[in-house]
Design a protein around this ligand. Structure first.
Ligand code: ADP
Ligand code: GN1
Ligand code: MG
Length: 364
């Protein structure tokens, strides 16, 4: 059975009315297999997202789906009655057997979401307004989850943003050099070793654990086509307890540089200060009300930490033979690593200015 056929067969396993008329791969995520399915009911088309969860990475899909069910239900309840609320939160479509997800005959785990129409994800940020909107939307997401009732959410990937552990994995990958690629990446390996202390930046600061998204890259928020508003936060697999600043850091990583993640012309990769300012203003407009003084005081280091961490993760994967992130060409993970490290340098050059602005706007 081809992937296409399998996805079509799976789409029929969800509680969707009408006839399936088309299904095709969709989006550009690095982890899951995403499809867009079109169903027709009485001649009216409706789209759905059907996703195969990468269970090599998310090893406990039942726990992951329980997290997503709880989080989406909580947010939907809090937003009920607000204008356009159905487009502001992901809505799972149950499987025909009533469960939140479907397991195929080969053990593959699938879920379906209602498609959010009239909005889209962008590979790279294009304007200060977009940066503001991303910051506001992810901040609002965190805010809505501040009062999620117990129990604690499951850790879908333990130690996800434990950067020293990521660094240790990188050191092991260098030592093993399993794909014989360390020679091609000597400059990047040296760059990483020279900045090893960056990995410990937010540890032992005593910041509070919150429910955070943990994958707040710019293409994980859908912007409304008509208004440009940050409409709906998507990609909820990594929503779990962590630090709010990891989310802010990943926003800095992806919403302050206009270059795509695997850009080869590194002169295009730089942190644009006006985008940083817009992002910060957007984030504080929603998250400013609940962040503690200590969190605000450490906003400045978050971007550097998470960009460095991401660079190490791409480099580790390159050295290990591209086992984790999807790649579409040779050397793509090394290119991705290079953009991250270039951005780290650009952030370092502007650190002082960033701190001044943060004190001014957040009082941190
Ligand atoms: P991955 O974990 O692989 O990044 P995502 O959950 O981010 O997968 O989905 C991949 C892409 O599919 C997104 O970038 C977005 O374009 C699209 N997408 C996901 N969910 C929806 C939805 N409910 N409505 C519309 N588009 C969606
Ligand atoms: C992956 O799923 P996606 O493409 O949104 C990764 C993130 C990385 C990102 C880098 C579960 O995110 O942690 O920051 O790629 N997700 C996982 O682009 O590892
Ligand atoms: Mg995604």
């Amino acid at each position: 059975m081809t992937k296409q056929h399998r996805s079509a067969a799976v789409a029929l396993q969800f509680q969707i009315e009408g006839q399936l008329s088309a299904i095709a791969t969709y989006g550009s995520g690095h982890i899951n297999d995403t499809y867009c399915a079109v169903f027709h009911e009485a001649g009216v088309p409706a789209r759905f997202i059907v996703q195969r969860i990468n269970t090599a990475i998310f090893r406990k899909p039942a726990e992951l789906m329980e997290n997503i069910q709880r989080v989406t239900a909580h947010m939907a309840t809090k937003m009920a009655g607000e204008p356009d609320s159905a487009r502001r939160v992901l809505k799972l479509i149950p499987a025909r057997d009533g469960r939140a997800w479907y397991e195929d005959t080969e053990g593959g785990c699938w879920r379906a979401y209602r498609f959010i129409e009239g909005a889209r994800a962008y590979a790279a940020v294009e304007s200060a307004q977009q940066a503001f909107q991303a910051g506001r939307a992810f901040g609002e997401f965190q805010k809505l989850l501040v009062d999620l009732p117990a129990p604690r959410l499951h850790d879908t990937i333990p130690n996800f943003h434990n950067t020293p552990k990521r660094f240790a994995a990188f050191e092991e990958a260098v030592a093993a050099d399993a794909a014989n690629r360390a020679f091609n990446a000597r400059a990047e390996i040296e760059f990483a070793f020279a900045r090893k202390p960056v990995a410990s930046l937010l540890l032992d600061v005593g910041l509070p654990e919150r429910i955070t998204h943990n994958d707040t890259k710019f293409n994980n928020v859908l912007l409304d086509d008509a208004t440009g508003e940050g409409l709906c936060v998507i990609d909820l697999d990594t929503v779990m307890p962590a630090l709010a600043l990891y989310d802010f850091g990943d926003m800095v990583r992806t919403a302050t540089s206009t270059a795509v993640e695997d850009e080869r012309d590194l002169s295009r990769v730089t942190m644009h200060f006006p985008l940083f300012e817009a992002l910060l203003r957007g984030y504080l407009s929603s998250a400013g009300s609940f962040l503690t003084k200590a969190e605000k005081a450490h906003l400045a280091v978050a971007g550097k930490l998470i960009t460095f961490e991401q660079g190490i993760r791409f480099l580790t994967d390159y050295l290990s033979g591209d086992a984790y992130y999807k790649v579409h060409r040779d050397g793509q993970n090394l290119d991705r690593c290079r953009t991250q490290f270039k951005l780290v340098e650009s952030i370092e050059e502007q650190e002082e200015q960033m701190s001044v602005l943060i004190s001014e706007l957040a009082g941190g």
